[in-house]
Structures are given as C-alpha cells and as structure tokens.
Design a protein around this ligand. Structure first.
Ligand code: ZN
Length: 103
C-alpha cells in the first residue's frame, strides 16, 4: 500500500517524510507526528509496516487537530490507526462509470 506525500486536514497541509534508517535519530520509535511543523515522519521499512505507521501517526494528527483527549492515548491510537490501515488496504472499488460520448 502506498503512503501519500502529503494530506490536507482542516486546511492544514500535513507533509509525510520517509527517512532512511541510517538517518533516523529517534531510537525506540518508527514514526512520529510533529504538530509544530505539521509533519509525519516515518522510518523507511517494508511498505505494509510503513502504512501501519502512517495510519497510526495520521490518527495522532487528526486527534491533535480535533484537540481530542485521546490524542496521546497510544492504545486507542494504535488500534484505531491499525483498523484504518486494514480497511483501506483491503478496500475494493467498483470500476468507474464511463459515459459514452454523445454522437
Ligand atoms: Zn503513537
């Protein structure tokens, strides 16, 4: 599953940076949301792992913008973000409806 370069939340642009392991300076974590810089940073890993980290950090970002009490609740954030990743990675879409051009 691809992760985006940036997302928009309530008019804010949240940039997403994937950092090479040798440049990663945050031992003990594989991603973080930096609200001051509207940045989600993710340590490069397998795509499915990075997707899980992305949705975890996106959940932090959404809750921060909502000023919600659950913002720092890692248990909630991890299960909610995990379920979001599961839903979107398993999502199936109908083919777009194409209209025939008028003659
Ligand atoms: Zn977290």
């Amino acid at each position: 599953m691809n992760i985006p370069r940036k997302v928009q939340l309530m008019g804010h642009t949240v940039n997403v940076a994937v950092i090479a392991p040798k440049e990663w300076k945050h031992k003990g974590c594989v991603g973080y949301f930096d609200p001051a810089n509207s940045l989600i940073a993710i340590k490069r890993a397998r795509p499915s792992q990075m997707a899980h980290v992305f949705f975890h950090e996106l959940t932090h970002a959404i809750l921060a913008l909502m000023s919600h009490d659950l913002y720092e609740d890692e248990t909630f954030v991890d299960s909610f973000g995990g379920l979001l990743a599961q839903a979107l990675s398993s999502a199936k879409y109908d083919a777009p409806i194409r209209r025939k051009p008028h003659k």
